[in-house]
Design a protein around this ligand. Structure first.
Ligand code: SF4
Length: 394
């Protein structure tokens, strides 16, 4: 039987690990050695001196949701006094600000609203594309697509075809959590099951849309269940790349955010949940080795904080995520974003350079938009209308 060191070498040699081998390496291998190997693989697969980022904005169009996930602090049930559905005026103001920052994408997600019909989503997308033709719209995770399909009595294929025709560019990878139904049944029994999540992504990829893969650890899942989740992502990536060359653009992982504002955080079993920074770095690095058909791995500063995110750049990650001019979901559960809810481009550059890399702005397909071979001043990176008025932002 191969030892963890043999398996580490096997991964470094570019050979695929089986699920059984992955489990041995993940649970018995030296985490420091795994991180170092993950960094070596990252240097081979992506431009070594560069760390990329996206200027975008997370917009949550509604907090109405009927699904009650135990880890969610964001949703409000229908009829609750704090529910909202975003207005076009509010959406415009957010996108105008994004444009001032040189932003290129909105990532728009929301709860499972029981009354919004597919025409509401189509109208919204058509209006977005007509008003902001340069902004890419990556919206609605697989579980929201399933919710629309359920409301309309329509197939997931048909919903995605219609939304894509209306202007949907990509499907964010949210809602994957752990792709193992035993875990999903325990923490979010009303939410999309594993096969449906994968199916929605499969269809979106066939339609040529931008998709990302995510994993959240710390729901009391076993190591085997984490490997199951990664194995399913890897299999779909194989399938889609072979079929049409359009697979997941990146893998993004974070840890469950526990707080008094969600059921898991209030649970008397709270001690069974969550994952610390070391576990985050170890798992992200292992994923870099195991997901041998993925190119880009993000460091998650909103959930882990800046220091850990910088360390992740030496544990397999090659991308610093995005500015996230707005975040409303994880930040409601005592994530890092409570302390620093917005990240300016200047601050993002500062973090990437502090870690020893040059920053480069990318689009959602990880194509480089702009390189920054020299250190840019705060003034040079300030949003344009503010800079023109002589007002600088932190
Ligand atoms: S995570 Fe999404 S689906 Fe689950 S309760 Fe929150 S808004 Fe609803």
């Amino acid at each position: 039987m191969l030892t963890p060191n043999d398996l580490l070498q096997k991964a470094l040699d570019g050979q695929r690990l089986t699920p059984e081998e992955g489990l041995i390496l993940y649970t018995q291998g030296d985490p420091e050695a795994i991180m170092e190997a993950a960094h070596q693989v990252r240097l081979q697969k992506t431009e070594p001196g560069l760390v990329t980022y996206l200027v975008d904005r997370n917009i949550n169009y509604t907090n109405v949701c009927t699904t009650n996930c135990q880890f969610c602090s964001f949703y409000r049930p229908p009829g609750h006094p704090e529910t909202y559905v975003i207005s076009r005026e509010a959406l415009s103001a957010k996108i105008e600000e994004l444009l001032a920052w040189g932003g290129t994408r909105i990532l728009m997600q929301g709860g499972h609203h029981p009354d919004l019909r597919i025409t509401w989503y189509e109208d919204l997308l058509r209006w977005l594309k007509a008003t902001y033709p340069d902004i890419e719209c990556d919206c609605f995770s697989p579980s929201e697509i399933e919710n629309i399909a359920h409301i309309e009595g329509m197939s997931i294929e048909r919903v995605l075809e219609r939304l894509h025709a209306a202007g949907l560019d990509g499907l964010p990878g949210g809602g994957a959590e752990i792709l193992d139904d035993a875990v999903r049944q325990r923490i979010s029994p009303k939410k999309t099951k594993t096969e449906t999540w994968l199916h929605a992504m499969r269809v979106a990829q066939r339609l040529g849309m931008v998709t990302s893969a995510t994993m959240v650890i710390g729901f009391g899942e076993t190591m085997e269940q984490r490997i199951n989740s990664l194995t399913r992502l890897r299999a779909l990536q194989d399938e889609s790349l072979a079929a049409h060359g359009n697979g997941f653009t990146a893998f993004i992982m974070w840890t469950a955010q526990l707080s008094e504002t969600n059921s898991l955080g209030r649970s008397r079993h709270r001690h069974r949940y969550g994952a610390d920074y070391d576990e985050y770095l170890h798992t992200n690095a292992f994923a870099r080795l195991y997901l041998d058909n993925f190119t880009n791995f993000q460091a998650s500063w909103p959930t882990q904080g800046l220091e850990v995110a910088r360390r992740a750049l030496y544990a397999g990650a090659n991308d610093f995520g995005s500015t996230m001019l707005e975040e409303n979901v994880v930040s409601q559960a005592s994530a890092y974003t409570e302390k620093e809810p917005r990240m300016s481009v200047y601050r993002l550059h500062e973090q990437i350079r502090l870690a020893g890399f040059d920053p480069a702005q990318r689009d959602s397909r990880y194509r480089i938009i702009r390189r920054f071979p020299r250190v840019m001043s705060r003034e040079e990176l300030a949003p344009r209308p503010l800079r023109q008025r002589g007002i600088l932002v932190p």
